[in-house]
Each structure stands twice: as structure tokens, then as C-alpha cells.
Design a protein. Structure first.
Lengths: 343, 304
């Protein structure tokens, strides 16, 4: 039945074949030097093909696995920061994690819920110019340009242990200045009992914000004495370079004796308030995340233990230290407080 | 005797080899005269589930009167052989692939900075995927009429157990063992003791671990009784009843995922919807079967 049709098809195929052949025949002189692929491009092409091969492999098995998986490609390197002093706490004795680990393994829900979403999805995020609004109970409120703010501070490097509430930790060489310096400049009034930090929340450049898991913008808070503690750092850099977007550029907080979620990222607002502010995670699940969120191996998260932690890059879990190992510096802040209740 | 015979004959028909000579085959074995074609069909329908189970058994003694397929290499494979020698191995390889990829990716730095966390998550998610696939088999047969799907159910189900076990082992080793103190070194009986103690206390203490462990415990007897010998030993009905534990395993598995996420429950919700629909299909069928008046049930079962 189909024989005549098959024959016609064959004919068509042959015709097409011939056409193609004619089109493809080129004598060597037809190739001009300008058409010869540059060697670097050629090599790029190889890289590209390798990348494609990896990507294809990843799509073959991975699409299905895309729920959590991603290679640990870190953020691109930024400008070197000038005049970074070696500050106190600059050597904690712990092995410092790599740039890749620090920039690719990170919770930054404004860019997505996976650890590598921050580095993957923060490409469009603009961190310069950047303004920080100082509000509330202080003598000198106003909008500060970040550049001016940083110019008037001496940046120092501090190697801090960073413990996530999920049970993993990193050792990070932050670059920044003590928050207390800034607080002294803006002169909080006697009514200022707490500091509230507000993070950026631009749905155009931060795709995670389109997903209302938390109530955006992200908010965090510290008690005044915590905020003025010499360990509390306003961070603008990492590894001596400008802080990458994935890690909370251009300005974030580091409070090393508290769980990671207390470290507000991409800060746009600092407000001095009388009442204890409601931080975003506490608002989301008050039984799981408190206001203080001090690292405490004795007080478990309702769903998992906080007794041990996995230092990124290690197999065996470490014992989690009280106040993340900064007890000598900070435990006096909490004398007489029930830390089981004030988790 | 008769019913058993009919069942095995059905299998051959199901495999599409001797469909044409079925009635002849029966006649040569001098079955009761009432066993005409209609009778066979009715019996076959009413024992539908039984024969489905038997279809899983790779080799049944071939009844005399039916010539066994020739051992010669045939270029045109029977459907049965296609499934057995081409499709099944392909499905097997595809099912192993995610775990193989995980190992490869872990060794080549293609995972995140916390590869053990990735392996834990991935093996867990793959368990849910394979459980969902297992639950798809019956709806696919009933709704799409693709009866051969049954021939993959055991393999897919065992892969659910495979990924579930990998998931459990990753947790035991990377989360529990790695958190021990090893006061007498790692190679010491105290290590085993402490490991059991820490796993047990975690299972008791944390609801999401409790329920995840329960899900795995449900899968264990199903994997053990997945062999043909066990099916025969238990008998079809009891085997089938036992294997309804799959429903419990899938539900508790989804709950386990739901309870462990920190915020955003969209991912566990996907599995909740899938497993929910697949279980709802069963409920719908049972409800429908129960609503058919007793007198008409037999007739209806033929039509089903």
C-alpha cells in the first residue's frame, strides 16, 4: 500500500541530500583568514562543550534532582578592599572555609530557598549606589550613603565561626567595622532599647521575594547591648574583597554567637526602637525561632538537635560550643536569663 | 485445582504468546466441560488481582499441550521477550542512574559544599518518586489499560526500598555516626552501642525522624516478601493485604518530608498531591465496588 509513497519519500530525501552536498562543498581557498576561528574561541568552544556535556548529564539525571542539587561554584571575585586591618579575633585557630564554600552554601531566601540560589540568582542585584536609612530613637537620623559610611570607618578582618540553626557551620574571614562605631555616631536616645535591621526586598532583582514564604522585607533585631558589643560587626567584605551579592552585599551583620538567621543581609534600614522587634523567622514560626537565637547546644530546635554541627568540609560532626565558642566574651550579657525560654 | 489452572493459563495469554490456542490448550487438559471461553474469561476477570500477582513470577511450569517458545534466536521478539530482555533492563538502568549519578557527582565535586546533606536529600526524594511510581501501576492498568505495567511494579517497588535504605544509611552514618564521640576509637564495640543508642533516641525524640523510620519499616517486609517463593508461601490474598503497607509507607514518607522542611512546603506538597491522588483512586474504586449491589457484583466485575 505504502510503496509508491515510500518511493516518493526516498526521492525527496535523495533530492535534499544532493542539495545539501552541493551547499557544503567548499574549496579550501573559500575560507578567508577572517573566518578561521580564533584559537581562544576554539578553546572556549571546548570548555563550552564540556560545560554542555556536564549540563546534559545533569539534565539527564539531574532535572529530577534539581530540587536540591547544584555544583558548588562560588561567587565571582570582587574588588580588593584597601587598608584592611587585622582586627581582634582575626585568628580563631579554625581552618577557614574556602571562598567557594562560603559563597555557594548559604541561606538567602530573598534569592531562593536552596543553598546555592543566592549565588545563582543574585546576578541582577545592584549594590551600588547603596543607601542605608537610620531611623527611630536617635539624635542623628537620616539616609546615609554606604560609601560615606565606609570611608569614615576602619575596616578590619575578623575570622568568625558561623553556625546555622540547621546544624552546619563555616569559618569566615569577614571584613567590616564594629556596629558600635556607627551607633555612637548617630547617638541613640535613652528610649532606644533595641535595634531593628531591615533587608532589601526588590522582587525585580531578588526572585525569592516573589514567593511569600516569609513576610518581606526580612527583619532582624538585637538588644542594644548586643548591638554595641565589640564582636558585633557590620560586614562589607569577605576574604579582603568586596562582599559578593550572595553573602549579603553590600552591608550585612555578623553576630557570631548567634545563629545565622540573626545576621541580617543587604541592610537598607537601621531603626532604634523601644520595644523588642519581631524578627522574620520568629514571626514565621515562634515556637522554633526566637528573638535571641544564641547558639546553645543544650537547647534543641524542636525538630532537631543543636548539640553537634557539621563544619562544612568535614565528615565528623563537631560538638557545638556554648555561644558558638564566644562565651567568654558574651555570656555576661545574659546573666540571670533563662536561655531555654529565651531561645 | 481448576482455578489455579485457569490462572496460569491466563498468564500465558497475558504474555501474548498463546492467545489463539488457549481454549484448545484447555481442552487438551480435559478441564470440566463448563470451562468454555466465557467461563475462562469470567474466572480470569474475577481473579484479576490474583493473576496480576502471578504474572510477576518469572517462570511457571509450562502446561503440557502448549509448546514452549523455541530457544532459537528470533529477530522478531515476542512482546514478552521484548519486555524481559530490553525494557526491563532499561528500566533497571534508569532506576540505578540517580544513585550512580550521586556517587559520580560527589566524587567529582558536582554537589554542594555539603555533599552529605545533598545525598541525604536526594535519596529521600528518590524514595518518594519510586513509591509514587509503584502506586501508579494499578491506576495505569485500570485507566489506560496498559496491563504490562504490572511487570515493572516489583522492580520499581524494590527501587523505592533501595533509595529508602540508602537514605536511612546516609542518615545513620553521616548524621548519627559522625556525631559520636568515639572515646575508645572508632573500631570499638562502644561505637556500635552508642550508634544504636543515638539512632534510637533520635527516632523516639523527633517526630519527623520517627515517621520517616516508620515509612522505612513499612517497606522492609515488602522487600522481603517480594520474591516469587514468598508470594507463593503467603498466598495471593495475604500477600496483597500485606503489600497495602505501600500506602502507609507513601503517606508517612510524604509527612516525613513535610515535617522536615524549614519553610516553603511547596516541594513536599507536590508529593502530597501525587500520593494523595493515587490513594484517592483506590478509595474511589473500593467505594464503587462496595456500592454495587451484591447480586450484580459478579456481572459488574466482568465488565470492569
Amino acid at each position: 500500500m505504502g510503496t509508491s509513497r515510500e518511493r516518493a519519500d526516498d526521492e525527496a530525501c535523495r533530492r535534499v541530500d544532493t542539495d545539501v552536498t552541493i551547499m557544503l562543498i567548499k574549496r579550501s581557498s573559500d575560507i578567508r583568514t577572517s573566518e578561521i576561528t580564533d584559537k581562544s574561541h576554539y578553546l572556549n568552544r571546548r570548555q563550552f562543550l564540556n560545560a554542555v556535556a556536564v549540563a546534559t548529564a545533569a539534565t539527564a539525571a539531574g532535572p529530577l534532582s534539581s530540587e536540591t542539587l547544584a555544583a558548588s561554584n562560588g561567587a565571582a571575585h570582587g574588588r580588593k578592599l584597601a587598608n584592611v586591618a587585622k582586627g581582634a579575633f582575626s585568628g580563631s585557630g579554625d581552618k577557614i572555609n574556602s571562598w567557594n564554600d562560603i559563597t555557594s552554601y548559604n541561606n538567602f531566601y530573598e534569592f531562593g530557598i536552596d543553598k546555592n540560589d543566592a549565588v545563582t540568582n543574585s546576578g541582577k542585584f545592584v549594590t551600588s549606589p547603596w543607601k542605608v536609612s537610620i531611623e527611630g530613637e536617635c539624635e542623628k537620623p537620616g539616609v546615609m550613603d554606604l560609601e560615606d559610611m565606609l570611608k569614615s570607618e576602619t575596616l578590619e578582618e575578623r575570622v568568625y565561626r558561623h553556625r546555622c540553626v540547621e546544624g552546619w557551620s563555616l569559618v569566615i574571614p569577614w571584613v567590616g567595622f564594629p556596629l558600635v562605631n556607627l551607633i555612637k555616631k548617630v547617638q541613640p536616645t535613652s528610649k532606644a532599647k533595641f535595634v531593628e535591621f531591615t533587608s532589601a526586598a526588590d522582587p525585580k532583582t531578588m526572585r525569592g521575594v516573589r514567593n511569600p514564604i516569609l513576610r518581606w522585607p526580612y527583619r532582624e533585631g538585637l538588644r542594644m547591648d548586643e548591638a554595641m558589643h565589640p564582636l558585633t560587626l557590620m560586614v562589607a567584605g569577605l576574604y579582603g574583597e568586596v562582599l559578593p551579592a550572595s553573602d549579603g552585599a553590600p552591608l550585612r551583620l555578623a553576630v557570631p554567637w548567634k545563629y545565622g538567621f540573626k545576621h541580617a543581609k543587604s541592610i537598607v534600614g537601621i531603626r532604634f526602637v523601644e520595644q523588642q522587634p519581631l524578627n522574620s523567622w520568629q514571626q514565621y514560626a515562634p515556637n522554633e525561632y526566637g528573638f535571641y537565637a544564641n547558639v546553645n547546644p543544650a537547647v534543641d530546635h524542636p525538630r532537631w538537635s543543636q548539640a553537634t554541627e557539621r563544619r562544612i568540609g568535614e565528615f565528623f560532626r563537631r560538638k557545638t560550643l556554648m555561644f558558638n565558642g564566644y562565651a567568654d566574651q558574651v555570656q555576661s550579657l545574659y546573666t540571670g536569663m533563662d536561655l531555654r525560654r529565651n531561645y | 485445582m481448576r482455578s489455579r489452572y485457569v490462572e496460569s493459563a491466563t498468564i500465558y495469554s497475558r504474555r501474548g504468546i498463546y492467545r489463539g490456542s488457549l481454549s484448545k490448550a484447555f481442552k487438551t487438559r480435559s478441564l470440566p466441560e463448563s470451562a468454555d471461553d466465557g467461563g475462562i474469561a469470567a474466572t480470569r476477570r474475577s481473579t484479576g488481582n490474583m493473576s496480576a500477582i502471578h504474572a510477576l513470577i518469572p517462570r511457571l511450569p509450562i502446561p503440557t499441550g502448549i509448546n514452549p517458545p523455541s530457544g532459537a534466536i528470533c529477530l522478531t521478539m515476542t512482546r514478552n521477550r521484548q519486555i524481559r530482555w530490553l525494557v526491563k533492563p532499561a528500566v533497571f538502568l534508569a532506576s540505578v542512574a540517580p544513585s550512580a549519578w550521586l556517587v559520580w557527582a560527589a566524587l567529582h565535586g558536582q554537589l554542594s559544599a555539603n555533599p552529605l546533606g545533598d545525598v541525604t536529600n536526594e535519596t529521600g526524594v528518590w524514595t518518594l518518586r519510586f513509591l509514587s511510581l509503584t502506586l501508579c501501576v494499578t491506576p495505569v492498568r485500570r485507566l489506560a489499560g496498559w496491563n504490562d505495567a504490572i511487570r515493572f511494579r516489583r522492580m520499581v517497588g524494590l527501587f523505592a526500598f533501595y533509595y529508602g535504605t540508602l537514605h536511612l544509611l546516609t542518615y545513620v552514618v553521616a548524621d548519627r555516626l559522625a556525631g559520636l564521640e568515639f572515646e575508645n576509637g572508632i573500631v570499638a564495640w562502644t561505637t556500635a552501642r552508642d550508634l544504636v543508642a543515638t539512632v534510637a533516641s533520635d527516632v523516639v525524640k523527633r517526630p519527623f525522624i520517627t515517621i520517616g523510620f516508620m515509612a522505612w519499616l513499612c517497606l522492609l517486609p515488602l522487600a522481603i516478601t517480594s520474591t516469587a517463593a514468598m508470594i507463593r508461601r503467603l498466598g495471593g490474598r495475604r500477600w496483597q493485604a500485606l503489600h497495602r503497607l505501600t500506602y502507609v509507607a507513601a503517606s508517612t514518607g510524604v509527612l516525613h518530608y513535610w515535617w522536615l522542611v524549614k519553610a516553603d512546603v511547596r516541594r513536599p506538597m507536590v508529593y502530597a498531591v501525587i500520593v494523595g491522588c493515587l490513594l484517592a483512586f483506590r478509595v474511589w474504586r473500593w467505594a464503587r465496588a462496595a456500592s454495587v449491589p451484591t447480586m450484580r457484583r459478579a456481572a459488574a466485575s466482568i465488565r470492569m
